[in-house]
Design a protein around this ligand. Structure first.
Ligand SMILES: NC(=O)C1=CN([C@@H]2O[C@H](COP(=O)(O)OP(=O)(O)OC[C@H]3O[C@@H](n4cnc5c(N)ncnc54)[C@H](O)[C@@H]3O)[C@@H](O)[C@H]2O)[C@H](O)CC1
Ligand SMILES: [K+]
Length: 445
């Protein structure tokens, strides 16, 4: 159920299933039910558009009337702002998956006048494929969608405009998905498996992670903390200049990178957090040495306007600013931009934000939905880079490692709660991961 379908894919699912009338009846009934479960009967106005979204609105109106509600249905191009403003509840059935261009100022004025609004499928004007607003889209209290959610329900600004999102089955068989082969998911444990810990494992077999350290050692130390708590057996802070070991258990090595690279066990590297102006040079060196690299922060900035310099990295973790510096400014479609970045670099691209997108070079993409707003604080990205590296070191494939790390990072932040500091995240990773790993049963050994 965690697949996301673009409006075009949803249209194909409809066509494959046939029986459009039954689907519309189920859709309209689902809308009416969701409304009756949440609202007391009130004067309700359905704004019905020219397509099937409008059809769903007519059906919902019929079911609500049968339940004794006072419902008026108005064609979208016949309604007045005054009657919209008078309605106790407005059901927005103007445009859904068929949105083809920006909504007109007249339609925007109607939608803006609604006091309380329930959207069918999407708030009209919201692009279900991208989460972008085309012209205008209203703030819904509730959005009822069908069969599978759409990327636009999970990508901002769309995610914020939907209000409560309710997903309802309308009788479309899941088997149609085999023909559609969707490539977008909501991120969650169904997408990946944390590897089991081998009972006979040693610190190197549990994964070796090295973190380059530059002029802001705190950032690199946070990455180390993330990697250590996410299960890497051996974590090395590769500092050019010696400084006091920051915490017991963290190995600090002051040899030049060339010397450290002579040890073939140092396979996984985090390159970028707090690394400073040498980041570009060190990234190139790691790539030339064939290492598995998580490129973050200063390593990304060092590739401004030159995404080809990231070829050879396993995972890149830009926030919007870094992304724009490397790949050019982000417009409305962040999902496509993340996919294009992954294709261009051959790396899994983690476009960080409230709706972090994880995109693989082969076209797969996941949208993360569990990150609380207080995760937006300094140093949390450094911890994330370390968690990704630790999961790579435990031999998870890059896309799964990045998805799992992003999800664990969000879940850990939720667990810590408001007031979170970056350094709080690693401490709660252990119990979270223990619940998701295959159970360790001593009787098996
Ligand atoms: N399986 C399902 O999910 C089902 C979904 N249903 C509903 O059907 C709609 C999609 O219906 P469709 O007819 O393809 O599109 P719309 O109703 O969104 O409208 C298309 C209609 O609107 C015109 N148009 C598009 N954009 C604009 C604009 N900005 N201004 C003016 N006119 C515009 C376009 O030219 C078309 O004429 C889906 O969202 C669900 O609600 C089924 O009922 C059940 C199965
Ligand atoms: K709508």
């Amino acid at each position: 159920m965690n697949e996301l379908l673009t409006p075009a894919e949803m249209g194909r699912a409809d066509a494959l299933a046939g029986n459009a009338q039954a689907l519309m009846d189920a859709a309209g009934r689902a809308v009416a039910r969701a409304i009756m479960q949440r609202y007391a009967p009130c004067s309700t106005l359905v704004l019905a558009g020219p397509g099937n979204n409008g059809g769903d609105g007519h059906v919902a109106a019929d079911y609500l009337r049968q339940a004794g509600w006072a419902v008026t249905v108005r064609a979208w191009n016949k309604a007045s702002v005054a009657e919209v403003a008078r309605a106790g509840l407005v059901i927005d059935a103007i445009f859904g998956a068929g949105l083809a261009r920006d909504v007109s100022p007249e339609v925007a004025a109607l939608l803006r006048a609604a006091k309380r609004l329930v959207a069918i499928d999407v708030p009209s004007g919201l692009d279900g494929a991208t989460g972008a607003v085309r012209g205008y889209a209203p703030q819904a209290e509730l959005t009822v969608t069908f069969f599978r959610a759409k990327p636009g329900h999970y990508l901002y600004p769309g995610r914020g405009l939907c209000g409560e999102l309710v997903l309802r089955d309308i009788g479309l068989p899941g088997s149609v998905l085999a023909q559609i082969n969707p490539q977008t998911w909501v991120n969650g444990p169904a997408l990946w498996h944390l590897p089991a810990r081998a009972p006979t494992g040693h610190k190197y077999s549990a994964g070796d992670v090295s973190v380059l350290c530059g002029n802001m050692p705190g950032a690199a130390r946070l990455a180390c903390a993330g990697a250590r708590r996410a299960g890497a057996g051996m974590v090395t802070l590769a500092a050019d200049a010696p400084f006091l070991p920051p915490e017991a258990g963290l190995i600090v090595r002051a040899e030049p990178l060339e010397v450290l690279l002579q040890d073939a066990r140092r396979k996984i590297w985090v390159c970028g957090p707090g690394l400073g102006p040498l980041a570009g040079h060190k990234l190139a060196r790691l790539i030339a040495a064939g290492r598995i690299i998580v490129a973050d922060a200063d390593a990304l900035t060092a590739c401004a306007g030159a995404p080809e310099k990231l070829r050879g990295a396993a995972v890149i973790t830009p926030h919007e600013g870094e992304f724009s510096r490397v790949f050019g400014s982000l417009r409305h479609d962040r999902l496509s931009a993340a996919r294009a970045a992954a294709r261009a670099t051959g790396a899994v691209a983690v476009l960080k934000g409230a709706d972090t997108i994880i995109a693989a070079p082969d076209g797969r993409a996941a949208i993360n939905a569990n990150a609380p707003p207080y995760l937006a604080s300094g140093g949390t990205g450094d911890v994330l880079a370390g968690i990704i590296a630790a999961l790579l070191a435990q031999e998870m494939p890059a896309f799964e490692a990045a998805c799992a790390a992003v999800w664990l990072h969000g879940a850990a932040a939720l667990k810590v709660g408001p007031g979170l500091l970056a350094e709080d995240i690693p401490a709660v990773l252990g119990p979270l991961m223990a619940r998701l790993r295959p159970p360790f049963n001593p009787a098996d050994y």
